[in-house]
Design a protein around this ligand. Structure first.
Ligand code: AMP
Length: 151
């Protein structure tokens, strides 16, 4: 298993040292928008455990992380009017991982619209803020309607 660097960028986001466009938070996880989105609504769900990758997290922590991915993905998809959702997760530099704190990508996909390259460009902060607000509204309205969160 890779060593965990407590000063990695997502550890700093968790400590509030670096800002993020937050979508959701609970005791075990934090979800926020990717600053270099591959599509509109591209989000990351991270564990609060100091785990560098999939192999460094407890089974309980992984279940909680994936539970949040399962709950949020359809809400993000609906908020941005997507047709499908790509769930992606990288382990190790050779596999494409660039931030060594376990995270899962939620990437909404629209029929016929191609996905940008990873890390291609920083999004406009105002556009990210607007997307984050739309997604938080969707989460909130689902809560008000008391939906289970599937679909
Ligand atoms: P990877 O490690 O390849 O799964 O990807 C890390 C992702 O984190 C990339 O998609 C980056 O665009 C994204 N990223 C890097 N720094 C930040 C940050 N400060 N806030 C939000 N997303 C970030």
């Amino acid at each position: 298993m890779a060593a965990y660097d407590r000063d990695n960028i997502f550890a700093k986001v968790l400590r509030g040292k670096i800002p993020c466009h937050k979508l959701y938070e609970d005791d075990d996880t934090l979800a926020f928008l990717d600053i270099m989105p591959r599509t509109d609504g591209h989000a990351l769900v991270i564990t609060k455990e100091p785990a560098p990758d999939l192999f460094g997290i407890s089974p309980e922590g992984l279940a909680k992380l994936m539970g949040v991915v399962q709950k949020l993905a359809p809400k993000i998809k609906n908020a941005v009017g997507a047709d499908g959702v790509l769930i992606q997760q990288f382990n190790g530099a050779a596999a494409g991982q660039t931030v060594f704190h376990l995270h899962v990508h939620i990437i909404p996909r629209k029929e016929g619209v191609s996905m940008g390259r990873e890390g291609a460009k920083m999004a406009d902060p105002d556009a990210l803020a607007a997307t984050a607000e739309k997604i938080r509204d969707q989460i909130h309205s689902d809560e008000i309607r008391g939906e289970a969160g599937h679909g």
